[in-house]
Design a protein around this ligand. Structure first.
Ligand code: THU
Ligand code: ZN
Length: 398
């Protein structure tokens, strides 16, 4: 890219990926780093990857294994084989058996593209079949059955959660860890879910179900949410108890403590008014401009009330598909989610085949920012997608 903003430097991250470990479901990165191939959890669609295939819709199918069909049904055995009518197929894995309503739930599941969101229409249709007594029961069932989507190569401890948004959509979140990076690089399931909801333009979370008791870091992060005090929180194994955030975190440090009564909360509308620094002209390879504009749009949507240094990031996979995310800050600073983590969540939700297929990363930060993400992200990329080309572009307030 010739010039886009005040400075623009594309560079390779280094460390070639060795794909020889793919047959084991592990993808080996450079100097002995191993990261589990996402296909093991239903995300990898890379040609030649022989990890056990499992379609995204089967992930949700598994999550909804509780749906026992009435009337015209197809029996599905979750061992990768389908026992059903005609040549209809549905990939699946696991041991459970379920009867799925062919004309109802099944159509909902088969038309799905991703594993982490159910549209309001899908939720309505699923609830209409009458298999779940309440939305709470649907959320519990999703929480119970989505832990296989988590990526915990360090702890092997799987956390999952599901939430109902005010929009009627249902979101799922899981924990993600990064081998060979420090523990604070991990993203908690609750944070994943909140990012997922934010990226879908959600206005508030009404109900949240979590597989484990949420840690203090997540309770703190939830303080950023618009109307967080109205959220009904349930924890598997603690049913039928329902908690509120004030109950889980009675004396809270909130955005208002840091910046006063006028504090803006996450999910509330906001635009940071950023434009390109410099002359804003573009050049370089086709597609660079699209990535730059998308990263700038993310920076404009970024929730950065504490640093006032909004930031956005766009990643591209080898198939040319773009994913993006923005910085989401916490009043307590440390639970802050970087624009890289945010974009990786967008990638997982949108079907990014594996970290190794990321071939280009574009970060947009503000010119002269007090808080910069450029350097930490560069280090993280060396371990997450060493072959990717990394560019940093600058924006300023208009
Ligand atoms: N974890 C969560 O996802 N949420 C919590 O609130 C508790 C902890 C994850 C983080 C890490 O990946 C693993 O569980 C062990 O702490
Ligand atoms: Zn947590």
């Amino acid at each position: 890219m010739a010039s886009l903003g005040a400075a623009s430097s594309g560079q390779r991250i280094g460390m070639a990926a060795d794909h020889s470990a793919r047959s084991t479901g592990l993808v080996r990165l450079g100097v002995g780093l191993a990261y589990p191939c996402l296909r093991a959890r239903g995300h990898c669609r890379t040609a030649g990857c022989s990890a056990t295939p499992s379609s995204n819709r089967s992930d949700i199918g598994r999550a909804l294994g509780k749906l026992v069909g009435k009337g015209d049904t197809t029996r599905i055995t979750f061992d990768g084989k389908v026992v059903g009518a005609g040549n209809e197929t549905m990939e699946a894995s696991g041991d459970d058996t379920a009867l799925v309503d062919r004309d109802g739930v099944r159509q909902v599941l088969e038309s799905r593209e991703d594993s982490f969101v159910l549209s309001a229409e899908e939720v309505e249709r699923i609830m209409g079949f009458g298999h779940f007594e309440s939305i709470d029961e649907l959320l519990r069932e999703l929480t119970r059955n989505t832990s296989h989507l988590s990526l915990p190569p360090i702890s092997n401890f799987r956390v999952s959660c599901a939430a109902l948004g005010e929009s009627g959509r249902v979101y799922v979140g899981v924990n993600i860890e990064f081998k060979d990076l420090p523990l604070p690089c991990a993203l908690h399931a609750e944070q994943f879910l909140i990012l997922n909801a934010f990226q879908h333009g959600e206005s508030a979370i009404s109900k949240l179900c979590i597989s484990h008791v949420p840690c203090g870091h997540c309770r703190q992060f939830m303080c950023e949410l618009s109307r967080s005090e109205d959220m009904q929180i349930s924890i598997l194994g603690r049913e039928p108890e329902v908690f509120t955030l004030p109950e889980l975190l009675p004396l809270r440090f909130t955005p208002r403590d840091l910046i006063g009564e006028g504090a803006r909360f996450l999910f509330e509308e906001g635009h940071n008014g950023l434009v390109w620094a410099g002359d804003g002209s573009s050049g370089g390879a086709p597609g660079d401009m699209e990535m730059a504009q998308r990263a700038l749009a993310e920076a404009n949507a970024s929730y950065a009330p504490y640093s006032n240094c909004p930031s956005g990031l766009c990643i591209r996979d080898q198939g040319g598909k773009l994913y993006s995310g923005c910085l989401i800050e916490s009043a307590a600073y440390n639970p802050t989610v970087s624009p890289l983590h945010s974009a990786l969540v967008n990638g997982l939700v949108g079907g990014l085949p594996s970290w190794q297929t990321i071939d280009r990363v574009t970060l947009v930060e503000t010119e002269g920012a007090t808080v910069k993400h450029e350097h930490l992200i560069r280090e993280c990329l060396k371990f997450i997608c060493p072959d990717a080309e990394y560019s940093v572009l600058y924006a300023k307030t208009s």
